[in-house]
Design a protein around this ligand. Structure first.
Ligand code: TYM
Length: 332
């Protein structure tokens, strides 16, 4: 008996990194045992900013390979391309008419991504969280595993669900989906600046560990990772001026599957130069086998395309049934 239905998505916009892995994909792998899962390649989200069409296509295959290499079982779960289930775009339009402009004006990710010139940002980037709500509610997902940066979008999704239920006098139509955010490592920060999240769009490749980095590159990136001159201290979490140090401790703890306090007890008083060697070792152990498997899987593109076909078929059955019901409630 499954504990509920999961929907989550990742934008196919380039190499997946340690933030995507620890914030989301690792949780997908753990949750697949007890939930019915739909994992989506969010290409409609990826076109809200300038992109290269050919690269976007290629990234779909890379991301699918990364899902499988990380341990997602394509037999038990649906892995599919968002744009191939047209109900996502249709429901997003209906929700555009439910969501309020004031709600979207509060979205911090739009402010960050649009930067100082928000007049020039695409309308799609502004209404992006509405599409995300459509992704989730189209499947009536009960749980949504995401990193901390998506939390506000999940709250908006719940607001839309609630307003829809109220507006159409259908109190229990949408249940409120629950976010599942990893404890301790909900936001992996950049290796070059502990106040910024690790991101695909950071210009410096040294700021992130990609799932396809080889062992030499991982060791180099960790050696070069920013820290401070102080040794590790058990009280690091009370020290507000050590974001880089905390980030490395949190990454190490997540990879070892232990609480940060245990890591701090083990390493209290020791130097970061020594800690970095141990961190690089656990990273190489965890990430390199995934990278190698990605390369191997990409030698059989047909196999990956078939998985996406199967995933689409499974997703479409649920999506079409629910969209039909939603349209009838709205009167269209
Ligand atoms: P995206 O593609 O930016 O990221 C995919 C997942 O990785 C998580 N993540 C992180 N977690 C911790 N630390 C980081 N530095 C870090 N960077 C990324 C994200 O939180 C996310 O879980 N809008 C979504 C994709 C999406 C979606 C959805 C997710 C579209 N529709 C419906 C859930 C449900 C996004 O852009 O993720």
């Amino acid at each position: 008996m499954k504990q509920g239905r999961i929907l989550s998505g990742v934008q196919p916009t380039g190499n997946l990194h340690l933030g995507n892995y620890l914030g989301a994909i690792n949780n997908f792998v753990l949750l697949q045992k007890n939930y019915e899962c739909l994992f989506m390649l969010a290409n409609l989200h990826a076109i809200t900013v300038k992109h290269d069409p050919k690269v976007l296509q290629a990234n779909i295959i890379d991301t699918t390979a990364a899902f499988l290499a990380s341990g997602i079982d394509p037999q038990k779960n649906s892995i599919f391309i968002q744009s191939e289930v047209s109900a996502h775009a249709e429901l997003a339009w209906i929700f555009n008419c439910v969501a309020r402009i004031g709600w979207l004006n509060r979205m911090t990710q739009f402010k960050e991504k649009a930067g100082s010139n928000k007049e020039k940002a695409s309308v799609g980037l502004f209404t992006y969280p509405v599409l995300m709500a459509a992704d989730i509610l189209l499947y009536k997902a009960t749980h949504v595993p995401v990193g901390d940066d998506q939390k506000q979008h999940l709250e908006l999704c719940r607001d839309i669900a609630m307003k829809f239920n109220n507006d159409f006098n259908n109190e229990n139509f949408f249940q409120m989906p629950e976010p599942i955010i990893p404890e301790g490592i909900s936001r992996v920060m950049s290796l070059r600046n502990g106040t910024q999240k690790m991101s695909k769009s950071d210009e410096s490749d040294l700021s992130r560990i990609n799932l396809t980095d080889d062992s030499d590159l991982i060791i180099k990136k960790i050696q070069k990772a920013k820290t401070d001159s102080e040794p590790i201290s058990i009280n690091i979490n009370e020290e507000n001026n050590r974001p880089e140090a905390k980030n490395l401790i949190n990454i190490f703890s997540a990879l070892k599957n232990q609480k940060p306090i245990k890591t701090l007890e083990e390493w209290d008083g020791k130097q970061f130069s020594e800690f970095k060697k141990a961190l690089a070792e656990v990273l190489v152990d965890k990430i390199c086998p995934i990278g190698k498997q990605i390369v191997k899987l990409k030698t059989d593109i047909k196999f990956l395309e078939n998985i996406l076909q199967d995933g689409r078929k499974k997703a479409e059955i649920i999506a079409e049934k629910n969209l039909k019901e939603i349209k009838s409630i709205v009167g269209i």
